[in-house]
Design a protein. Structure first.
Length: 212
């Protein structure tokens, strides 16, 4: 017979206590503001302001210039080999003359570090917080694809930009794996010096399609 560890003993006592005194379901208040709207120009300006403050690049453009803008960003960052998720609009890469690798679950995540960058779409964005939401659906891919390469070019349609967090959450599917992006990956060391690229890409370029 296996001798119980201290951990087993502690967890067993917790389970016994919970069984004897079950906690009633808590009612979560839902009185926060919802359904806020802003004109297109204000949403664009607010999201741009937040993203720039987070040290992201912002490139507003019309839909017909998407390919040229993306190619220009990749060229500026000397990105010759990029990864893209399955389902990404192929026209967005029409002006890019480098190597494109279509991602799949069969590709080991560590090997994604060999890519110079990644281009993805997005699900929804919150102007108030400058947060972009990816939910892993078509054109957005798995989480590793947007976290491992050093450059992330993310395409945002202005029609998918909402005012606040409640409005953004309302557009998401709870069962989907959601990634929240607020600027390039960054943290602070013990001396409060900003360090970028710790948990994700050091460079975030956001292409906002103003007529989409």
């Amino acid at each position: 017979m296996t001798t119980p560890t201290a951990r087993d003993t502690v967890l067993g006592r917790i389970r016994d206590a919970l069984a004897l005194a079950p906690t009633p379901a808590a009612e979560v208040p839902r009185a926060y503001r919802t359904g806020r709207t802003l004109p297109d120009g204000e949403r664009l300006a607010l999201l741009t302001d937040r993203l720039v403050d987070y040290k992201a690049e912002v490139h507003p453009c019309t839909g017909d210039r998407t390919a040229d803008v993306i190619a220009g960003i990749l060229r500026e960052h000397d990105a010759r080999r990029i990864g893209v998720p399955d389902g990404l609009d192929e026209e967005w890469l029409g002006a890019f003359d480098g190597e494109v690798q279509r991602d799949s679950a069969d590709i080991p995540a560590p090997s994604l570090d060999a890519l110079d960058g990644v281009v993805t779409a997005s699900a929804v964005s919150c102007a108030e917080t400058g947060t972009i939401f990816l939910d892993g659906s078509s054109g957005q891919g798995r989480r590793a694809l947007s976290l491992v390469p050093d450059l992330h070019v993310c395409v945002v349609d202005l029609s998918s930009v909402v005012a606040g967090v409640p409005e953004a959450i309302a557009r998401l599917v709870p069962e989907r794996p959601t990634t929240l992006i607020s600027g390039p990956s960054a943290t602070s060391d013990i001396e409060l010096e900003r360090v970028e690229g710790v948990h994700g890409p050091r460079n975030l370029a956001v292409v906002i399609r103003t007529d989409a």
